[in-house]
Ligand binder design. Sequence first.
Ligand SMILES: [Cu+2]
Length: 510
Amino acid sequence: MRSSIHVLCAAAIALLALSGCRADKAETAAAEAAKAAATNGTGGSLKGDFGPPQGQPVNAILTSPPHVPPPTGRTKPAKVIVELNVVEKEMQIAEGVSYTFWTFGGTVPGSFIRVRQGDTVQFHLRNMPDSKMPHNIDLHGVTGPGGGAASSFTAPGHVTRFTFKALNAGLFVYHCATAPVGMHIANGMYGLILVEPPEGMPPVDREYYVMQGDFYTTGKYREKGHQNFDMQKGIDENPTYVLFNGAEGALTGDNALKANTGENVRLYVGNGGPNLVSSFHVIGEIFDKVWFEGGTRFNENVQTTLIPSGGAAIMDFHLEVPGSYVLVDHSIFRAFNKGALAILKADGAERPDIYSGKEVDAMYIGDQANPNLAAVGAAAKAASTGDLTVEDQIKAGEALFAGTCSTCHQANGEGMPGVFPPLAKSDFIAADPKRVATIITHGLQGPVTVNGKDYNSVMPPMAQLTDDEVANISTYVLNSWGNPGGHVTKEEAAEIRKGPGIGTGGGEGH
Ligand SMILES: [Cu+2]
């Protein structure tokens, strides 16, 4: 897109002896404006293109995440019409787990809105007739009590309308503010509105929309089936899931963000909360620029930027080395045990002069990077209809083993000599097959002898796994690599979890 502008520009220069091209001009204007802002400030809501709207009203282009509407390209204030629908709908929050989300525009986060400072925005909020709840919208980019909330209270099947003038430039969160507010936000009711400064944002090659949120389900992380909202967990600020763009896997595997080396990428990142503050980080990249808190000033050369609940930030980086870059909340249990992980895949030629390494280590990000969890979803479905077979369990167990156990015991079950005992043809397992589920839920420590070799180490309990996950992994291990076969049910796993662990002090049988 940029190069075609350059070609047009070259033609224009040749014909009319114009100097520079539109993109370069915008870049210079933006750079100058930023410099001026750094020394004098921009004037906030006191200075801007605040005359009456000019020309025909413009219908705002709204985009679903991870897409961002194109720059407004306007040089005059306009009247902009925004039409946003509130939709309550069931969607997948994780593989085999469904949740009833409340959304702005049918997605979590809601549609991205882009206007220019000085625009007069006429906002239409429609609550779909099949909604169960009333909703409203509070836009942090609005000057006026409630940010639009009181004027936009909308019952199911109704439409409300209010108008505001965008006085401050910046990246702003919007959210529902209907009581109980925490619940509406926890169900996915938030999104971003960008109010461009008058000269626009400096041009980049790609822009993406990512938004973090915390979710509270009655069941454990990845517990299958339909999950309800858990108000007490919300009040306790103890989320089950912390997610980018509303679902585990929303931005991994085939859904990963894409870019090429040599490009400048911009992320518009919001945090809907309702509770957590995000330590937003991209593994393997350094932000060249961060417009922290979504404001006018930028910092440079930043590793991790803090994004408060109800806040946002804009970050630019240039991609040099191809491969997978992992977006995380660096409060890292959230990334690996609650889902706060996304991938940006950069294509291009290797750059051994900058980085000699290989593709990001699969062990680092485990199954989160390649959500090959279709088998897990299938097993959950079969279990809910009473059709679960040992075959289903083995397939689901295989996928879960890759993400949980293979780090130590290796994908082929051979373990590592002297460090991690083998699960393949293990005489320790053969002596008492039910031990597998016991060891998964209670861990194992102290001396053990497996296939004639002594180990004296610690395996921590895998307490994060649900009962059906324990059952499926155990069944997979029992039916793999020459082990004796058999299977473990979810009910047995639950019993074993409640029961005692394995006393140590020896290898075979006790
Ligand atoms: Cu709401």
